[in-house]
Design a binder for this molecule. Structure first.
Ligand SMILES: [Zn+2]
Length: 189
């Protein structure tokens, strides 16, 4: 292997830093954002719109470990529309109560939702169920939910936005596969 030295990686990196790091954006990268929590002094450069987007995703995903990710999937507060308008869930006696851990199962206030999830999950193949989990979604989901989630993840995990990070690359492959699986499913509306 010969290195003629015609390309200086530092200069290339510097040049790359001048345009927005978003893969589909050619605007000037004027705003910086740290690459990761382990490298707070190493930056991506973005245009205004994309630094906002990046920061929003950063705050949301915040270097979650697997356990936190799992908790987030269950928590599910940001991405999923509520099944009922807030305040209409009542127990049989009309008294509102919370059952965040679903200890009451089908008899709790989330019973109907749990049933809807069960009905959908039972209709799906194991790989479709896995795909829902890979995308960080919780049943019941629609194809529209899947598409919205996919777009966000694909953007976040794009190699150009992750400096070629192998973990992001691997995760993107899983996400792509999960998306295709659900998009092509006849069992999802
Ligand atoms: Zn941009």
């Amino acid at each position: 292997m010969s290195t003629t030295g015609s390309r200086d990686p530092d200069i290339d990196a510097d040049f790359a830093a001048r345009t927005c790091a978003h893969p589909d954006c050619n605007l000037v990268g004027e705003f910086r954002a740290p690459r990761s929590r382990d490298a707070l002094d190493s930056y991506y450069w973005f245009c205004l719109e994309h630094v906002r987007e990046y920061n929003a995703a950063w705050n949301y995903y915040a270097d979650m470990d697997d356990a936190a990710m799992e908790a987030e999937r269950r928590n599910d507060i940001v991405w999923r529309r509520p099944t009922w308008p807030l305040g209409t869930r009542t127990g049989n006696d009309g008294e509102k109560f919370a059952d965040p851990l679903r200890l009451l199962g089908r008899d709790g206030p989330d019973g109907a939702e749990t049933r809807a999830a069960d009905v959908q999950l039972q209709s799906l193949t194991p790989s479709e169920r896995e795909a829902i989990s890979v995308l960080g979604l919780v049943a019941p989901v629609t194809k529209a939910d899947v598409k919205v989630r996919y777009k966000i993840l694909a953007k976040m995990l794009h190699p150009d936005a992750n400096g070629g990070d192998k973990r992001a690359e691997d995760r993107l492959k899983s996400v792509n596969y999960a998306y295709t699986t659900l998009r092509d499913s006849e069992r999802l509306i």
